[in-house]
Design a protein around this ligand. Structure first.
Ligand code: CUK
Ligand code: CUA
Ligand code: CA
Length: 635
């Protein structure tokens, strides 16, 4: 029997600057060492030990080809749509690198099953989610690699993903409203706030007594504190809210509204020729909160401010017609609202917002262009060179246009502001350029996310994947270079240069994601890194075990029928990529334990007799043998 705490087992210090070299060496050590210890030849040894450090993809564009073993230049963070998760793709290869469970339940990692993830999700959490807008925290308009935030339209939540481990660490349910849709971050001076639109108007209080008073319904714009993830304030608005973005001064956020009519049926939402953009003045909102000029709605302590028409905190700019996306250009000079039912985009000059709030100009005076692009403009991305790329949903095209030329044309000059239209397949929604929502827009690639793939892929039954197309925009002409099927309507994504993302190779033993479990162990007198112990506490049994490839520290443990069993596994392996699992057969319990991580799962021992558990993440030549028995005796 191996002692998992044997000091002779290979170790590697990952904090060492030469860690990658160490990891390579330790991989060989690990396999050689384990084989020697077990007296058995590791069949996967040659493969893993022979792994070379991948070379870096050359920076040229024009092809999605990234050779075997080469690394992509960009991380793409993809909303998983109504799968409720976030996915990481490599660009330009479009290879799926990782899935991050957020609002969903994930069998592979145990997200939604482990005690640590349940703490993030909250007790009695929903099993579904609907993600649309992943956005990374920023400092001075640059991605800072700290967090990715994502909305859940389905259950009115906002989640945060920690980018050092790529796991969800906070989820906040937004009170007093329904369906969080548009989400963006404050770009400057840093992401103090996450801005989140609640889409659907509801009665207040929503107690079933005033449902016919449709005019009295309203919804709220939300500012979340990015660090605490508490809702800092809410602003009541006229109409509903669709998408949002922020400027590059930190002063303003703005949201589109498609239902200024306040309708509750489809025809009603299309009645007016113009809806609006609501502009929020962050400093005035903060001052009003500080001055106590707010109300509280039943059900939360969050300060609620009145930002309806006539309020000092907001301005309403009329925009045609059921506008959808709102996108700030990388220079920070302009923002573009996308007309959806109008073939136009509306360009706002953001510097004019100061005068607008000073009542020196009228709302429409902030509009410097309103030009036709084609049918169904939904979202716009930028190349950082003055060009914009707008998806035309109905035309199934991306339209490349020049912002300054559009402004000249709007003034009446004879200029062609449309530079190119490229067919995409089919019906695009969001699009996104490399680094395009930051100051670092580099104009290399554009992603266009299509809602329909129709005939682009082998058919897999009536349900089709979406089609995410990669377009090279580095030259004068857009060039389509890759079709990427995705599952469950991603809506939106963002593309981050890999230099901005620094992930941990293994867990820090002090990681807050399992701090609660560490505290529980301490109360039980257990040291997770060394002890293998079973603690009985009435009919609750806590089984603390270590794991190191290919053994658990506990080979068998006894419980009584009906006991509530919590298994806590601490993975002592220090070798990158050696993740263990824990699965209790026939108990619906399964989880991931990555190197140096602690994870725990609770289930009822509701079956008599021998109940096997096993490691379900392939970790070693003797992975199949990594298992043990729970012996369940009659109560
Ligand atoms: S939305 Cu889906 S295409 Cu939810 Cu950002 Cu525009
Ligand atoms: Cu441990 Cu598989
Ligand atoms: Ca409307």
């Amino acid at each position: 029997m191996i002692n998992p705490n044997d000091k002779n087992l290979p170790k590697v210090d990952v904090e060492d600057p030469a860690a990658s070299e160490h990891v390579k060496v330790s991989r060989r050590l690990f396999l050689g060492g384990s084989a020697a210890l077990m007296g058995a030849a590791g069949t996967m040894g040659a493969g893993m030990g022979g792994m070379l450090t991948p070379s870096v993809a050359h920076a040229s564009t024009g092809s999605a080809n990234v050779g075997p073993g080469e690394l992509d230049e960009y991380y793409g963070f993809w909303s998983g749509g109504h799968s409720g998760e976030v996915r990481i793709l490599g660009l330009p290869s479009m290879r799926e690198l990782m899935r991050i469970p957020v609002f969903n339940v994930d069998s592979a990692t145990g997200w939604g099953l482990t005690n640590e993830s349940k703490e993030v999700l909250g007790e009695g959490h929903y099993l579904n989610g609907d993600c649309h807008h992943p956005h990374m925290s920023m400092t001075d308009g640059h991605y800072d690699g700290k967090y990715v935030f994502i909305n859940d339209k389905a259950n009115t939540r906002v989640a945060r993903i920690r980018c050092d481990i790529m796991k969800t660490d906070k989820i906040t349910t937004i009170p007093n409203c329904q369906a969080i849709h548009g989400l963006r971050v404050q770009k400057v001076p840093h992401t103090k706030y996450v801005f989140a639109n609640a889409e659907f108007r509801i009665p207040h209080p929503n107690n079933g007594l005033n449902m016919d008073d449709v005019k009295g319904y309203y919804t709220l714009f939300n500012g979340l504190d990015a660090e605490s993830m508490d809702v800092a304030w809410q602003v009541i608005v006229d109409g509903n809210l669709d998408n949002t973005d922020a400027d590059y001064t930190g002063k303003y956020a703005f949201s589109t509204c498609y239902n200024s009519e306040g309708a509750v049926d489809l025809a009603g939402t299309m009645r007016a020729e113009r809806d609006h953009l609501v502009v929020f003045n962050i400093a005035l909102i903060e001052a009003a909160v500080k001055a106590g000029k707010f109300i509280k709605l039943p059900g939360s302590d969050v300060p609620v401010l009145d930002g309806r028409k006539g309020s000092k905190l907001t301005r309403y700019i009329p925009v045609p017609k059921n506008p959808h996306g709102i996108n700030t250009a990388p220079g920070g000079k302009y923002a573009v609202a996308n007309g959806k039912l109008s073939p136009t985009v509306t360009v706002f000059e953001l510097a004019k917002f100061d005068d607008l709030f000073a009542d020196k100009i009228k709302p429409r005076d902030t509009v410097v262009a309103e030009v036709e692009l084609g049918l169904g403009p939904l979202h716009t991305a930028f190349d950082g060179k003055g060009n914009a790329f707008t998806t035309l949903f109905i035309d199934s095209q991306v339209c490349k246009w020049n912002v300054e030329k559009a402004i000249q044309a709007y003034k009446g000059e004879q200029v062609d502001y449309i530079l190119q239209k490229l067919d995409v397949h089919y019906q695009p929604g969001h699009n996104h350029t490399t680094m395009g929502e930051t100051r670092d827009a580099d104009g290399k690639y554009l992603i266009s996310l299509q809602k329909f793939s129709k005939d682009r892929f082998l058919q897999c039954g009536p349900l089709h994947p979406e089609n995410d197309q990669l377009i090279d925009i580095s030259g004068d002409q857009m060039k389509l270079i890759h079709d990427g099927p995705t599952y469950a309507e991603p809506h939106d994504c963002m593309i981050v240069h890999r230099s901005k993302v620094k992930t941990r190779k293994i867990y820090d033993r002090k990681d807050p994601t399992f701090a609660g479990t560490v505290a529980m162990a301490k109360a039980d007198g257990v040291t997770l890194e060394t002890d293998n112990k079973v603690i009985r506490d009435g009919n609750k049994v806590r089984v603390y075990m270590t794991s190191i490839a290919p053994v658990y520290g506990i080979n068998e443990f006894k419980v009584k029928l009906g006991d509530e069993v919590t298994v806590i596994v601490t993975n002592l392996d220090q070798i990158e990529d050696v993740t263990h699992g824990f699965c209790m057969v026939n108990h619906g319990a399964q989880m991931e334990i990555s190197p140096q991580q602690t994870a725990s799962i609770t289930f009822t021992a509701d079956k008599l007799g021998v109940q096997w558990y096993y490691c379900n993440w392939f970790c070693h030549a003797l992975h199949m043998e990594m298992r043990g028995r729970m012996l369940v005796e009659p109560a």
